[in-house]
Design a protein around this ligand. Structure first.
Ligand code: IPD
Ligand code: CA
Ligand code: CA
Length: 267
């Protein structure tokens, strides 16, 4: 089987645009339904509709490909095997922002095969910004090449992070946040992990750390890597999990401040 990655990217771009238009219009119409997963994680009717739109399009065009999507096909164990084609989708990254009328909201679509993520698209329909990458090529924002900030002193760095819905996991995060805050210029919690990572890719942020799910970062991590970021973890990655999909303790930064931040994040 031969897959043309540029065709895959065009399909992903087109699909992300359609899903982005859908979520923008659903918010403008103002009749969103809200519900909660596990009594704490907000999901709107737009999350469900956008997930269905994306998955239906993939299944129609690539019926043999596997799909991992936050609201539909969310058995994350299938991402341990990236050998055969798999799509990894977050229909709305930044659902809480979305529900509050904010702009930091994105559709995230990644395509992986042969053991790694090959294509990533992150589309913010409220700011009309599309980040994209194909493995081995420079990343782009609205078609123009992007690069990490190149900052070399953590003290001057603007660092982003996030918090899980399950508040029982928050105390150790607060501890890390406190340590990082004393070492960098300032911290941000923007509410969309995919955009946080893309903003590291284009130099608006210098670094980002958080624990996530595969759909939050699969596309954005490739975009950051191909824009010159160093992508890793501040705790060991289990041997059986591909690095590009391991969710715990992610650290993504402009290269020269990575080691200092990694050190600061240690318990
Ligand atoms: C969330 C956002 C947020 C991050 C959470 C994610 P969602 O995704 O990316 O920034 O802090 O960990 O779950 O729920 O809006 O798709
Ligand atoms: Ca998400
Ligand atoms: Ca989501």
């Amino acid at each position: 089987m031969s897959l043309n990655l540029h065709e895959i990217r065009e399909f992903a771009l087109d699909t992300a645009k359609s899903a982005g238009t859908l979520i923008r219009e659903m918010r403008e119409q103002g009749d969103l339904q809200h519900s909660y997963k596990d009594q704490q994680e907000l999901v709107t009717s737009a999350d469900i509709s956008a997930d269905k739109l994306i998955v239906d399009r993939i299944k129609a065009r690539f019926p043999s490909h596997r799909v991992l999507s936050e609201e539909g096909y969310n058995d994350t164990s299938i991402a341990a095997d990236l050998a055969s084609p798999i799509w990894i989708i977050d229909p709305i990254d930044g659902t809480v922002n979305y529900a509050h009328g904010q702009m930091m909201v994105a559709v995230s679509i990644a395509f992986a095969c042969e053991g790694e993520v090959k294509v990533g698209v992150v589309y913010n329909p409220f700011m009309e910004e599309t980040f994209s990458a194909v493995h081995g090529e420079p990343s782009a924002l609205n078609g123009l090449p992007i690069h990490v900030s190149g900052l070399d002193v953590l003290r001057k760095g603007l660092v982003a992070t996030g918090f899980p819905y399950d508040k029982s996991g928050v105390p150790p995060i607060i501890n890390r946040v406190e340590k990082v805050l004393f070492e960098c210029q300032d911290l941000r919690r923007l509410g969309s992990a995919a955009l946080d990572i893309c903003w590291v890719a284009c130099g608006r942020l210098d670094a980002y750390f958080e624990s996530l799910s595969p759909w939050d970062f699969a596309a954005a991590r490739l975009i950051a890597l191909q824009a010159g970021a160093r992508c890793g973890h501040f705790s060991p990655v289990p041997a059986h999990i591909p690095d590009c999909i391991h969710c715990d303790d992610l650290l993504i930064s402009t290269p020269a401040i990575y080691d200092a931040l990694h050190q600061t994040l240690q318990p």
